[in-house]
Design a binder for this molecule. Structure first.
Ligand code: IPD
Ligand code: CA
Length: 262
């Protein structure tokens, strides 16, 4: 895919993210229909409606590219090119009317004979702050068009670090010791409930690092690219569950200190 096609893909992902964001804005204070719920997770009918909006726009512009979304798959998700979509990241916040959630769309390509996908385009949109993060691999990361960089923080004891607690009991149990140790070593911990936003907050220098065990690809694909393009580091280790990862995202200067924590 050449540069001008990547730019077209970025523009299309921005349009789709904004369309989903519009529906989120309209419904923030509404009573939402819950499609299903478990102890630590909620699925809304709006999750699916937002994904459908995104699918329609991506498919119209790129009919041949598969879509791997949190709310369903279109085409072959192992194809050489695929969109990775989270229509609402931070659904629990959204359900409770907390305006801290976003849309995340990435375009991934698997080069011939390679096993791993590379994210080439990333878009994260916060419809409540009207903040749009974008990146094309090899270029700078931008927030509302302005180039962003990670923080310069080298001291863990002055760092603002976000952690996330995923949905399954084993992920929670895995994160709790990290939380317990980290809280005494950093300036402040934040648990904000939208992984993609945490990643782009690190990219923007608002947070110094973000750690979570048990994230899914759609939570991190776009934010990971944006973070790398902003000079940060996006360490991830695949876990046994489908598309699941252990993630440490940071400004790069705290790598050694963060390595001590699981
Ligand atoms: C969740 C959020 C949350 C994180 C979970 C994710 P969802 O995504 O990003 O912050 O802790 O691991 O699954 O379900 O709201 O799209
Ligand atoms: Ca979601």
């Amino acid at each position: 895919m050449n540069r001008s096609e990547q730019k077209r893909a970025l523009a299309c992902a921005v349009t789709a993210a904004k369309a989903s964001g519009q529906l989120m804005r309209k419904n923030l204070r509404a009573t939402k229909k819950i499609a299903s719920a478990t102890q630590h997770d909620i699925k809304l009918e709006l999750d699916v409606l937002c994904q459908k909006r995104i699918e329609r726009l991506l498919r119209r512009a790129f009919p041949d590219i598969a879509i791997l979304g949190e709310e369903g798959v279109l085409g072959d998700p192992t194809a050489a090119r695929r969109w990775v979509v989270d229509p609402i990241d931070g659904t629990v916040n959204f359900t409770y009317g907390i305006p801290h959630c976003c849309v995340s769309i990435a375009l991934q390509i698997r080069p011939a004979r390679a096993a791993e996908y590379r994210t080439v385009v990333g878009v994260v949109y916060d419809p409540f702050c009207d903040e749009l993060w974008t990146a094309i691999r090899g270029g700078p990361a931008r927030l509302n068009g302005k180039i962003i960089r990670v923080s310069q923080q080298r001291r863990l004891d002055e760092a603002l670090v976000s952690v996330g607690f995923a949905k399954q009991t084993h992920s929670l149990n895995k994160m709790l010791p990290t939380f317990n140790q980290l809280i005494h070593r950093v300036r402040k911990i934040r648990i904000m409930g939208a992984a993609a936003l945490a990643m782009v907050y690190v990219a923007s220098g608002r947070l110094d690092a973000y750690l979570e065990y048990g994230l899914r690809l759609w939570d991190i694909a776009a934010g990971g690219l944006i973070l790398e393009c902003a000079g940060g580091e996006f360490w991830r280790q695949p876990l046994a569950d489908d598309y699941a990862y252990h993630v440490k995202a940071g400004n790069g200067r705290l790598r050694r200190q963060l390595a001590q924590f699981e």
